[in-house]
Ligand binder design. Structure first.
Ligand code: PMP
Length: 753
């Protein structure tokens, strides 16, 4: 090769050193009196015209700024680009001037350096905005953010399913928030890849930008976003550094409102492009380490970026540029407006309610730019705005949603998929729209099958807000303001081993509680149609039914002609970690199961699952019809939730993170006597707050912890008959770090008491 080059450029090479390269092979060529960069690319006509276009850009820039950019060097016969046959292969070859300096990626960054970065880019862009080139204009590259969709096929190359979802989430955000603005954004030829190995530093400032191989005709703001991303993705506080570039760029080349408004999404998008291409490179060429250099940092920043509220980021950028931040009405006004049309009986959480704007996975963002860690909500089971759930709903909605009286395949498909999760004998399903409707229907099924009409419930149980739901929910009817217990209801005491009548949870307490309940049932007169209970009493304060209790009760209920209903609205779908359904941990198989809440990740749906015999009895009565229950969209969404639980291994995550979370709480309990009990399974946990050295509920303290946590941007709830049990039942994508953050913040609050 050397002799070929010596001939073509008429110089004498004293040393050749191979450098890193992505698309090309790059060499540092040392001659007697100079240094050059030689690049050779596998031959193609398209690439040749692109390289020629790139040379034109470099020559144009060098006219104004000599030595800031690589300068193309002509061969002695006058060509900037030459086709050479090297060792029998045809290559596109070009020589560039060598620019001295250290890489941005190998020096300690300073504020002054980043200021010069912003200024450098603005100066370069001001020049490029005056340059036109049809080849670059026609280029559609996956590295150009505006063509993000070209990277879609690489998402599947990302090995970890949760990471794939994160990337897909940001792809969706790009579609929603950026794509509609693209036609009205300023466009220009941009460098498009100011990564840390394409930027050179001299005397603490940016001296050169090299490698114009990704030139694009794209939104001008993409140039800024890319630089902001690379300058901040290995920093503890990325925003602080990103802002420096933004400010100095804006000083020379002022940005427009729309451009600033999408920077959050563009930075995330650039990170996604980066990780997608790294994943693809790894797959096709696992040995090309250069392609993977920034992968780890990009992933880290992407995960951190999710924790930042898009509004907070936009406001930080706006503030730094001296622009007014998006202001919001005070909370008081918002609450007043709500109460003009919505009764306060439809209650809000926290002394200071949270006004939400958007949410992603386990994070929620309010309208004031705050991010909340959601340690409370079990409805967004697989995470808020999960891309799989969003796209299944969107797709089905654009295809078919209709009256449930027609045949459509997604209904049996979903039903079959869901029923696989149940014991064989539970093989019929009715879809409804909520947990309340499910409990209502379950009682109807029981009555029609048993021809009896009395229901046995558990103290503090909750099953729904319909009239029937309230009838069977001690949590509601025994409330001070409640309707009281109806005649057809029999109540069994709560089999609570923390502070009930029997506390020995080795099976003995369960048997004793069951014996008491059965006695109550027998003394109550006529037979009972149904026994309904949650496996862990959620509203009752996360109380796990004593061991062995259900087995005894189920057998007694059945022997007198009744059926057993398990309310899995809160406990189902893998939340408990070790079991998919709560009844499994009690070693029983119910006759009827009701499900809801997490089933479609927040989309309203519920279901009743039962046996063929019970279904047959019910079929003899009046027809069953629900306009929306099991509509195509609900089914499609429900199915996507099942898929995500499997693919992202969320049941296992609930188990692993849940047991870590529990262990942290147990450690905390050892240090603080106000924590009377820590109980639960997987990501379904209750912390009972009590008065010191007693088991008396400390409602005030529990409320204080909940509200102070809210002020620290962590969401938990409280429940139980005394509202003194802190409940944590977060989306199943919750991490160990999230768990540690909740526990350490609770500790901070307790320590200050
Ligand atoms: N059963 C249980 C155990 C519940 O927790 C709830 C809701 N909190 C319901 C039923 C009622 O579900 P929905 O609010 O969807 O009607």
């Amino acid at each position: 090769m050397n002799s070929l080059l010596e001939k073509a450029f008429s110089f004498q090479i004293i040393e050749t050193k191979k450098l890193n390269g992505y698309e090309s092979e790059n060499y540092l060529i040392k001659t007697v009196d100079n240094q050059y960069i030689f690049k050779k690319y596998p031959y193609s006509e398209d690439l040749k015209s692109l390289i020629q276009a790139e040379n034109k850009v470099l020559l144009f820039l060098s006219k104004k700024y000599l030595n800031r950019f690589p300068n193309p060097i002509k061969t002695i016969d006058g060509f900037y680009v030459k086709i050479l046959i090297i060792e029998g292969e045809k290559y596109i070859c070009r020589m560039l001037s060598f620019l001295d300096g250290k890489f941005f990626g190998e020096v300690k960054h300073t504020k002054k350096m980043l200021e010069s970065f912003g200024l450098f880019l603005a100066e370069m862009n001001l020049q490029l905005m005056q340059f036109n080139n049809d080849t670059i204009k026609a280029r559609k590259s996956p590295w150009d953010i505006q063509y993000l969709h070209l990277n879609k096929k690489y998402i599947d190359d990302i090995e970890n399913a949760k990471d794939r979802s994160l990337v897909q989430y940001f792809f969706n955000q790009f579609e929603e928030n950026v794509v509609p603005l693209i036609p009205s954004l300023r466009k220009s030829i941009i460098h498009n890849d100011t990564n840390e190995w394409n930027v050179l530093i001299k005397n603490g400032k940016i001296s050169s930008v090299i490698d114009f191989g990704d030139l694009a005709y794209s939104s001008l703001i993409n140039e800024v976003a890319i630089a902001m991303m690379y300058a901040s993705y290995d920093k503890e506080d990325p925003l602080e550094w990103a802002v420096i570039i933004l400010k100095s760029y804006h000083k020379l080349l002022p940005l427009q409102e729309d451009e600033i408004s999408i920077l959050y999404y563009l930075i995330a998008t650039k990170l996604c492009v980066s990780v997608c291409n790294s994943a693809h490179s790894r797959k096709v060429n696992p040995n090309n380490e250069y392609a993977l250099v920034s992968e780890e940092s990009a992933w880290r920043m992407l995960h951190e970026w999710l924790v930042l509220s898009p509004l907070h980021v936009e406001n930080t950028f706006r503030k730094s540029l001296g622009l007014l931040v998006h202001d919001q009405k005070p909370l008081k006004e918002i609450i007043k407006r709500r109460h003009q049309v919505i009764s306060p009986i439809f209650s809000l959480s926290y002394d200071k309610p949270v006004r939400m704007e958007r949410a992603a996975f386990q994070y929620m963002y309010d309208v004031y730019g705050e991010t909340y860690l959601d340690a409370y909500n079990n409805i967004p089971h697989v995470g808020y705005s999960h891309p799989r759930v969003v796209s299944s709903g969107k797709k089905q909605m654009s295809k078919l949603n209709t009256n449930t009286r027609y045949l459509y395949d997604v209904l049996p498909e979903y039903a079959e998929k869901l029923l696989i999760k149940f014991p064989d004998k539970l093989n019929k399903i009715y879809f409804v729209n909520s947990g309340s409707e499910a409990s209502d229907l379950a009682i109807k099924l029981a009555f029609s099958h048993t021809k009896l009409n009395r229901v046995m419930v558990v103290e503090n149980g909750y099953h729904g807000h319909t009239q029937r739901g309230i009838d069977i929910s001690d949590y509601k009817f025994s409330n001070k303001k409640g309707q009281g217990q109806k005649d057809y209801i029999i109540k069994a005491p709560m089999p609570n081993t923390f502070k009930g009548k029997y506390t020995n949870d080795d099976g003995q307490a369960g048997r004793m509680y069951a014996t008491d309940a059965i006695k109550i049932m027998k003394n109550s007169g006529s037979s009972v149609s149904a026994f309904i209970s949650e496996p862990i009493l959620g509203c009752g304060g996360q109380v796990i039914l004593a061991k062995g209790y259900l087995k005894e009760i189920y057998s007694a209920i059945r022997s007198q002609g009744g059926v057993c209903i398990s309310d899995e609205v809160q406990t189902g779908f893998g939340r408990l970690g070790h079991k998919y359904w709560g009844f499994e941990m009690h070693n029983v198989v119910p006759d009827i199961v009701i499900i809801g809440k997490p089933m479609a990740n927040g989309h309203p749906i519920g279901a009743v699952v039962t046996t063929s015999e019970i279904a047959e009895s019910f079929s003899k009565g009046v027809e069953f019809f629900s306009s929306f229950g099991g509509n195509p969209v609900s089914c499609a969404i429900g199915m996507s939730v099942l898929d995500v639980i499997e693919e992202e291994n969320l049941q296992e995550n609930a188990k692993v993170v849940g047991s870590y979370y529990m262990s942290l709480f147990k450690d905390l309990q050892k240090k603080h006597t106000c924590i009377g009990d820590v109980r639960g399974f997987g990501l379904f946990i209750g912390i009972e707050i009590v008065k010191e050295h007693s088991k008396e509920p400390d409602t005030k303290l529990a409320q204080r912890i909940k509200n102070e946590l809210r002020n620290k941007k962590i969401l938990v709830g409280t429940d139980g008959p005394f509202d003194n049990v802190i409940k944590s039942k977060p989306p199943l994508c919750f991490t160990k770090e999230n768990a540690a953050s909740v526990v350490s913040n609770i500790e901070l609050i307790i320590n200050k008491l």
